[in-house]
Ligand binder design. Structure first.
Ligand SMILES: NC(=O)c1ccc[n+]([C@@H]2O[C@H](COP(=O)([O-])OP(=O)(O)OC[C@H]3O[C@@H](n4cnc5c(N)ncnc54)[C@H](O)[C@@H]3O)[C@@H](O)[C@H]2O)c1
Length: 344
């Protein structure tokens, strides 16, 4: 039996979910001759001990102690500001790293991390889980197969049902960097085109504390791709109907809508139409349950040398370049040309 030891740093909102998903992978990997073991740590030690005990994982008092124990892969699910230091620690230990998006607070802080990873031949997978969602995968397949023709309009939507804690928002980098960065990534991944211009507007009609930490609760960016395709990327923290993530792609031959199912957080205004009639998704964890599981399975396959990296740090930073430009446009009120050339 081959033993694979994963170390997870940070068991907050998303870290707990990854820990549960790793525990859920154990049986299937066991049948493939792999014994998957989990070690974890968090500065909130009591909380982490409880999570570890519930999952049969081993608690460590610090990331350094956990790395020193000998790991096969490191998973980083701490707040964004800590990502660069922990990525460097994982790469220095010579093991594959999975890090939640984004690589760092902004592009300027991400570029030295990219250099470090490249110079040390690090393997780092970034957590853009939509690349594993069956809907986005099918839309990409349809587009690449030519079934949509050429795209005339893109509309990406990411809405939380309620805002995360204001303490999280204060360190998140802003709505475009925290939320819409997923849409910027998926538009690049799906179309294979670069976003060359963004023009953003935002508003604060919810709790004043969000404006108090310099963020907006709702925003929209008009995007232009390098082939002239236009689209919108919008996000809100106040979508009472449910957690709503969609991508509408309208093409010259056909159109697809990712995220349209029985749990879509919308009510039809048409008479006699009861679809969608299910309980809408409430959280990102529900909406992307399958994608997060597949993403973690992919990281184990990456460790085992069975696949290539599904989301490189360069890809993730390219999306962050767009997010930074959108934050700049929001602040200045003017369209911003996107400088993806910083990565070349
Ligand atoms: N891919 C996605 O869909 C998605 C969704 C949510 C959050 N995220 C990303 O995940 C990251 C974490 O977000 P969250 O909402 O879970 O945050 P959170 O604040 O709920 O959790 C972070 C956890 O890390 C711990 N921590 C912080 N610094 C630490 C350190 N140096 N060592 C050990 N533990 C430490 C905290 O105590 C906390 O438990 C962020 O970068 C965020 O952008 C991604």
């Amino acid at each position: 039996m081959k033993i694979v030891v994963l170390g997870l740093v940070g068991v907050g909102r998303i870290g707990v979910m990854h820990a549960n998903n790793i525990a859920g992978l154990r049986d299937v990997l066991h049948r493939r001759g792999v014994d998957l073991q989990l070690r974890l740590t968090d500065v909130a030690a009591d909380h982490a001990r409880t999570i570890a005990a519930g999952l049969g994982a081993e608690f460590f008092p610090s990331a350094a102690a956990m790395l020193a124990s000998g790991l096969d892969g490191l998973i980083i699910a701490t707040g964004t500001a800590t990502h660069p230091e922990l990525i460097r620690a994982g790469v220095t230990a010579g093991i594959p790293v999975f890090c939640e998006k984004p690589v760092a607070m902004n592009v300027a802080e991400s570029l030295p991390v990219l250099d470090f990873i490249r110079d040390n031949r690090g393997v780092v997978q970034i957590g853009h889980q939509r690349r594993f969602d069956v809907g986005y995968l099918e839309a990409r397949r349809a587009f690449l197969a030519g079934e949509l023709g050429w795209i005339h309009s893109l509309r990406a939507v990411t809405c939380d049902m309620a805002p995360p804690p204001v303490e999280f928002l204060a360190t998140s980098g802003g709505l475009f960097r925290d939320c819409s960065v997923h849409d910027f990534d998926i538009v690049r991944w799906l179309t294979g085109r670069e976003i060359v211009e963004v023009y953003a507007k935002g508003s604060n009609r919810g709790h004043p504390a969000i404006g108090g930490v310099g963020d907006v609760d709702t925003a929209l960016a008009l995007i232009t791709l390098d082939d002239g395709t236009v689209g919108t990327v919008s996000a809100s923290r106040y979508n009472g109907a449910g957690h709503d993530v969609r991508l509408e792609i309208q093409g010259s031959d056909n159109s697809v809508l990712v995220g349209l199912d029985d749990k879509t957080a919308l009510v039809s205004a048409e008479s006699g139409v009861s679809f969608p009639g299910g309980r809408p998704h409430q959280t990102f964890a529900e909406r992307f349950d399958q994608a997060y599981r597949s993403e973690m399975a992919a990281f184990v396959e990456l460790i085992l040398g069975e696949r290539s990296n599904p989301c490189t740090p360069e890809d993730a930073v390219a999306a962050s370049v767009v997010a930074d430009a959108a934050q700049e446009s929001l602040a200045t009120g003017a369209p911003v040309q996107v400088g993806v050339s910083v990565l070349s």
